[in-house]
Design a protein around this ligand. Structure first.
Ligand code: NAD
Ligand code: IPM
Ligand code: MN
Length: 357
């Protein structure tokens, strides 16, 4: 079980260290960890945010545990040298097109949500975010127009096969989450009233739906989805959307359940290993420069990402569920980081999860 560990910048290494403690505590046979440099840390050391050696480590592994990248001291660099290119590069080079971002309210945390507790309590959803296309990976540039004005541009595009493959992932997820005897529920979020990219997205979703008669497909415009997510989030089960909308809606979903320090993610592609599906696992949050180096970050999102790794990349459902129960129990026992109005530090939260594990 080869796991690449890329801590990255800011709180990235702090939170991955706790997830590694949890993985090591399980004492899984043949688990090997290999560290690599990414982000600003890699740029300052090797001159590139995603050195070839790091990519090689990822390719030689069965899964990647990723912290976060981002360092404001790199904001002046050309875009291809900025820290964020490390995660974008890993996602595209490794073909990780399907990003699963579950959001569920932990019992006892209803009062930490930005929503009313009785509304927050209903949240149990999964955002399936496309990760290899959209305006993120289209051509982009800046130019000077004939009249002398500067213009920045980014092309938003999806090819039908890119939409089809993420649609299949989402429909299967909806099937898997369906309650016995009930249809699965999938809501596709787009902006088809304005964007051609979204119209194609919607058309392909409808085509793929024919293969899944046991899943109910609905469509929602992204602006309405942002509103519905705070009005009545309990209506959503699986939400499938593009790269940009998924980025924004998942940060919003995190505050609906209480904190961005709780949301985990799995990024999957087609590659199969001896154990399961190759994947990259990371919290949805960033490097949090405002609290970096202070031992204050909540590592739960990263610990929960390690649980997703055991589930998807190593077919270790029992251990994944054990980690999730340990985190839920720590929260139920009142263990709270600063993001949840408490004072427990990063290592202390790690200790609390380990004790319950
Ligand atoms: P952020 O997610 O890093 O932080 C937003 C806010 O949430 C901050 O106040 C931060 O302190 C808080 N926060 C985030 N994670 C937390 C945790 N685990 N515990 C407690 N509080 C937490 O977003 P930002 O400030 O917009 O971005 C900072 C940098 O991170 C930028 O360079 C950005 O590009 C990068 N970023 C990277 C990733 C990634 O690596 N996948 C994701 C998002 C942002
Ligand atoms: C995320 C982040 C990244 C994204 C950035 C750092 C490139 O915000 O993983 O959510 O936009 O995908
Ligand atoms: Mn994001």
């Amino acid at each position: 079980m080869k796991i690449a560990v890329f801590g990255g910048d800011g709180i990235g290494p702090e939170v991955t260290a706790q997830a590694v403690r949890v993985l090591e505590a399980l004492d899984l046979p043949g688990m090997e960890l290999a560290e690599g440099d990414v982000g600003g840390a890699a740029y300052y050391k090797h001159g590139h945010p995603l050195p070839a050696a790091t990519l090689d480590i990822a390719r030689a592994s069965d899964a990647v545990l990723f912290g976060a990248v981002g360092d404001f001291s790199c904001d002046h660099l050309e875009r291809h040298l900025r820290p964020e290119q490390a995660i974008l590069g890993l996602r595209s080079h490794l073909g990780l097109f399907a990003n699963l971002r579950p959001a569920t309210t932990f019992p006892g945390l209803e009062h930490m949500s930005g929503l009313k507790p009785e509304i927050a309590r209903q949240i149990d959803l999964l955002i399936v975010r496309e990760l290899n296309g959209d305006v993120y990976f289209g051509e982009k540039g800046t130019r000077v127009l004939d009249d002398g004005r500067r213009q920045g541009w980014d092309i938003m595009a999806y090819a039908e096969d890119e939409v089809r493959r993420i649609a299949h992932v989402a429909f299967r997820a909806a099937q898997g989450r369906a309650k016995a005897g009930q249809p699965g529920k999938l809501c596709s979020v787009d902006k088809a009233n304005v964007l051609e990219t979204s119209q194609l997205w919607r058309d392909v979703m409808i085509e793929v739906a024919a293969d899944y008669p046991d899943v109910e497909l609905t469509h929602m415009y992204v602006d309405n989805a942002a509103m519905q997510l705070v009005k009545s989030p309990g209506q959503f089960d699986v939400v499938v959307t593009g790269n940009l909308f998924g980025d924004i809606l998942s940060d919003q979903a995190s505050m609906c359940v209480g904190s961005i320090g709780l949301l985990a993610s799995a990024s999957l592609g087609e590659r199969q290993t001896a154990f399961g599906t190759f994947g990259l696992y990371e919290p949805i949050h960033g490097s949090a420069p405002d609290i970096a180096g202070q031992g204050k970050a909540n590592p739960m999102a990263t610990i929960l990402s390690a649980a997703m790794m055991l589930r998807h990349s190593f077919a270790r459902e029992a251990e994944a569920a054990r980690i999730e129960r340990a985190v839920a129990q720590a929260l139920a026992d009142g263990v709270r980081g600063g993001d949840l109005g408490g004072s427990a530090g990063t290592a202390e939260i790690g200790d609390a999860v380990l004790e319950r594990l």
